[in-house]
Design a protein around this ligand. Structure first.
Ligand SMILES: Nc1nc2c(ncn2[C@@H]2O[C@H](COP(=O)(O)OP(=O)(O)OP(=O)(O)O)[C@@H](O)[C@H]2O)c(=O)[nH]1
Ligand SMILES: [Mg+2]
Length: 226
């Protein structure tokens, strides 16, 4: 019986996620779900990314946290619009929380929607929010064994950002192990070393974002003309 309940929750979530995805498609916005452990650098990545995109690509941010609006405050002056969702006891965002946020947002006016999920490397991987892409952050201080230990999110990743790469020398860290573990789960997601402190990887990250946006708009144009 319990298994049925869980399945129904996931099914209900997926139906709402599909509607979210349709809203993003109609608005021509690329939605990216940022997933990682607490403190691995999601909001810092957003601060840097929004600064780099400002003036060119207005971007909306939806932030999920159990409590506080601290992350929303950190990105508020650089984002086109920001919504903070407090999940209370929940360790991940649900699609209906995203759906409830959408009426207050001008999706058509923005290029990117960044969804910062609740800091957690497990549960967010199970719940589709309607995003177009999942970006997983894994920071150096977390250790080089985490990909194999938390396979669900890495299996679903479209890109893995190896954050805080500036700290590499301070830790016993085997980059080859991370890459090899990732390839066993996911043959295609690029693994991109990144540091918000030194700027390493920033150019590649911004290039990846633009490529994904162009690919999506191209696919949509084909879809409309078919
Ligand atoms: N050395 C170093 N520190 C970083 C880097 N990126 C983020 N940090 C630091 O890591 C800490 C946590 O960063 P956040 O961006 O708040 O992490 P988060 O993933 O948003 O955390 P939650 O929202 O709590 O899940 C902060 O003290 C940042 O300054 C980096 O590239 N290098
Ligand atoms: Mg954060």
């Amino acid at each position: 019986m319990k298994i049925n309940v869980v399945k129904n929750v996931l099914k209900a979530n997926d139906l709402v996620a599909e509607k979210n995805r349709q809203a993003f498609r109609e608005a021509g916005i690329l939605a990216i779900n940022l997933i990682s452990s607490p403190g691995s650098g999601k909001t810092t990545l957003l601060e840097k990314t929004l600064a780099a995109l400002s003036g060119r690509d207005p971007s909306i941010v939806i932030v999920g946290d159990l409590q506080t609006s601290r992350d929303a405050e950190r990105v508020a002056d650089r984002a086109f619009q920001v919504t903070q969702i407090n999940t209370g006891m929940s360790c991940h965002l649900y699609a209906n929380q995203i759906a409830s946020s959408l009426p207050a947002l001008d999706l058509e006016q923005a290029s990117f929607l960044f969804i910062e999920n609740v800091g957690n490397l497990v549960c967010p991987g199970e719940f589709d929010l309607g995003e177009n892409l999942k970006v997983i952050l894994l920071s150096i201080p977390e250790g080089d064994d985490k990909v194999a230990k938390y396979p669900t999110v890495f299996r679903a990743a479209d890109l893995v950002l190896l954050t805080k790469i500036d700290l590499l020398d301070a830790f016993q860290y085997d980059l080859k192990r991370v890459e090899s573990d990732l390839r066993k789960l996911n043959a295609v997601a690029p693994l991109l070393p990144f540091s918000a402190t030194t700027g390493a990887g920033m150019e590649d990250w911004l290039k990846w974002l633009q490529q994904q946006k162009a690919a999506k708009l191209g696919a949509q144009a084909r879809f409309i003309s078919e």
